[in-house]
Design a protein around this ligand. Structure first.
Ligand SMILES: Cc1cc2nc3c(=O)[nH]c(=O)nc-3n(C[C@H](O)[C@H](O)[C@H](O)COP(=O)(O)O)c2cc1C
Length: 369
């Protein structure tokens, strides 16, 4: 079959993935507040998708301070660990593997979701005009302007590093197969890496070495908290997401990947920019990334089975992650194997709410019965 290569097992750190079809991290904003605890419905939602070679959870806060969206879950309290354990058990019971994506939202935040209504932190006080999502009184999602940020102090940077380490320990306790550091999409770590939002003049700003320092310190802390075989990272080289432009060149992006590679992480996850209006990566850039990173490379962003096969066969990537198609097709891997038609995602139900648009998408089996 044309898609066979996507069903060849592949190594990810200490694990073997049964196929190369990955569920991309997808924020759904259905956690319980206060407390930012995932619901039992999350266990059903993720376990429905256990046919993926790997499930990556929605972005999940490393502390209450890291929050930027109403309804996003955290992984730093006992209650959250207990609730996530139900999710990981459910995915494992169906033969799946699951890692948690860990984030600090930085400037993509609103004071109403932050402890004591504090001003969000970022690398600097640059305002990008981004919006974030809050809840209305019916539990639905509403978009609002983010609160303008202030620069993080050195002490706050150290605290965030410690928070990533703590969340990594919580992930291990909750039964996850690893963690994915969110270094992409204009969130806090990316706000330090791109000159667009970083005009600091201390050791966390200026040169590429300084702008990468925070991300690399977080990697070190997560590896210390678990080990490199259980830590991956997502970055979005050259992309603009959340109004934050990655103003690094291709050469600087490859340099960053070389630094990441020194840590021996289980995977590098590329969020490609073209599904969000950016330029597609050139084959030359893809090859340079491949040459810079030794372990598993996952890529996402407008992937079809055909594009996945092409880039895996070319050796640029090892696996492809699917976002919107995984929202709408719990059995996406099975459908791609059979070349079956896909359900259409209902974008108005992406954020907030309950069952509808979350756990009610039919599988092929259900359609047939
Ligand atoms: C509803 C929605 C929520 C998303 N949430 C996250 C997230 O929490 N973390 C992240 O890194 N990317 C997130 N993304 C980006 C996806 O992981 C993925 O890169 C993007 O949807 C492009 O892949 P696709 O074309 O297969 O949908 C989100 C995308 C969508 C549509």
């Amino acid at each position: 079959m044309a898609n066979d290569i996507l069903f060849e097992p592949v190594t990810m750190g200490a694990h073997t993935l049964k196929n190369r079809i990955i569920m991309a991290p997808l924020t759904r904003l259905r956690a319980v507040e206060p407390g930012d605890v995932p619901t039992i419905l999350a266990a059903e939602y993720y376990s429905q998708r256990a046919g993926a070679g790997l499930v990556i959870t929605e972005a999940t806060q490393v502390s209450f301070d890291a929050k930027g969206y109403a309804g996003a879950p955290g992984l730093h309290t006992d209650d959250q660990v207990t609730a996530w354990k139900v999710v990981t058990d459910a995915v494992h019971a169906k033969g799946g593997k699951i890692v948690v994506q860990l984030w600090h939202t930085g400037l993509v935040s609103h004071k109403s979701v932050r402890p004591n209504s504090e001003t969000p932190i970022s690398a600097s006080d640059v305002e990008v005009g981004v919006r974030t999502t809050l809840r209305d009184s019916d539990g639905g999602a509403i978009r609002v302007d983010a609160t303008p940020p202030r620069p993080a102090t050195i002490q706050e940077i150290h605290q965030v590093v410690a928070d990533f380490a703590h969340a990594t320990k919580c992930a291990r306790e909750a039964g996850f197969d690893g963690v994915e550091i969110h270094g992409a999409h204009g969130y806090l770590l990316h706000q330090f890496w791109t000159p667009h939002t970083n005009n600091r003049d201390d050791k966390y700003g200026g040169s590429k070495e300084n702008r990468a320092r925070f991300m690399l310190e977080v990697i070190d802390a997560c590896v210390d908290a678990w080990d490199a075989d259980h830590v991956g990272i997502r970055i979005s080289p050259l992309g603009t997401f959340n109004e934050v432009e990655d103003r690094n060149s291709e050469a600087e992006s490859v340099w960053l990947i070389e630094q990441i590679n020194k840590h021996g992480l289980m995977y590098l996850h590329l969020s490609e920019p073209d599904w969000a209006g950016g330029e597609p990566y050139s084959d030359e850039f893809r090859q340079q990334i491949r040459d810079a990173f030794d372990n598993l490379i996952i890529a996402a962003g407008g992937y079809t089975a055909e594009k996945a096969v092409k880039n895996v066969e070319a050796g640029y990537i090892d696996a492809a992650a699917f976002g919107r198609d995984y929202i709408a097709n719990p059995d996406l891997a099975e459908r791609l194997r059979e070349d079956a038609p896909l359900n259409e995602p209902r974008s108005e139900l992406f954020y907030g709410g309950g069952v509808e648009g979350y756990t009610d998408y039919p599988t092929l089996k259900k359609v047939a019965s």
